[in-house]
Design a protein. Structure first.
Lengths: 115, 114
């Protein structure tokens, strides 16, 4: 149990659907992250939130819309996705966002398939 | 920008064999270095880390030494077990624009056979 929970574990959606991914951390951390994991590619950082404020949007298309209502919850709203968006989406948290040696705690991810 | 290069897999070893997974990095600052492991169906977990040159990180029989002169952080284990089968990610962390930015390698899949 890493303390970071993601739902759903699997999601299949059409290109015209709207869906949301949910992440919850029970660790009292101040920073939360969304990563995209595609086969044979490095993990791609998508968004960083610190104390509910977005501090990084890593050139992510607007069809991905993050939301952080409080320091324990992070959402990724999806709409009009493309098949190339199919990937494993990982949520992570860390105690602090301002230090370089912080350990990241990851959830198990949501495996997304876009048809 | 920062980058991490690690050896391509998959790597297949027999139980009790010696493991080395190579990792080199490029960074403008003085990063911290990490190895994360991902077991099937799970997220990444921190395996070990080193925060400055010549530091050795170790955990569960795995070791890696921060070599600034060769910009490397190779992962080693003297005797692998079937339970070590997983994907291993080398990563570096630096402060970019005031926040921790972690750059990952592509991952190396390890399969240990009995």
């Amino acid at each position: 149990e890493t303390g970071v929970t993601q739902t759903p574990r699997h999601l299949v959606m059409g290109m015209t659907n709207k869906k949301s991914l949910k992440c919850e951390q029970h660790l009292g951390h101040n920073a939360m992250y969304w990563y995209k994991q595609s086969a044979k590619k490095p993990l791609e950082l998508m968004f960083v939130y610190s104390l509910e404020e977005r501090v990084e949007n890593n050139s992510v298309p607007s069809r991905f819309s993050p939301e952080c209502p409080n320091s324990s919850h992070l959402f990724l709203h999806l709409h009009t996705l493309q098949p190339e968006d199919s990937a494993l989406y990982l949520c992570a948290s860390s105690q602090d966002w301002g230090r370089a040696n912080e350990k990241l705690f990851f959830g198990s991810g949501t495996q997304l398939s876009v048809l | 920008g920062d980058s991490v290069t690690q050896m391509e897999g998959p790597v297949t070893l027999s139980e009790e064999a010696f493991l080395t997974i190579n990792c080199t990095y490029t960074a403008t600052g003085y990063p911290s270095l990490f190895w994360y492991v991902q077991y099937p169906g799970e997220g990444l977990q921190l395996l070990l880390k080193a925060t400055k040159a010549d530091d050795k990180g170790s955990n569960k029989g795995f070791e890696a030494t921060y070599r600034k002169e060769t910009t490397s952080f190779h992962l080693e284990k003297g005797s692998v077990q079937v339970s070590d089968s997983a994907v291993y990610f080398c990563a570096l962390s630096d402060l970019g624009q005031g926040y921790q930015k972690v750059t990952f390698g592509t991952g190396t899949k390890l399969q240990v056979i009995p």
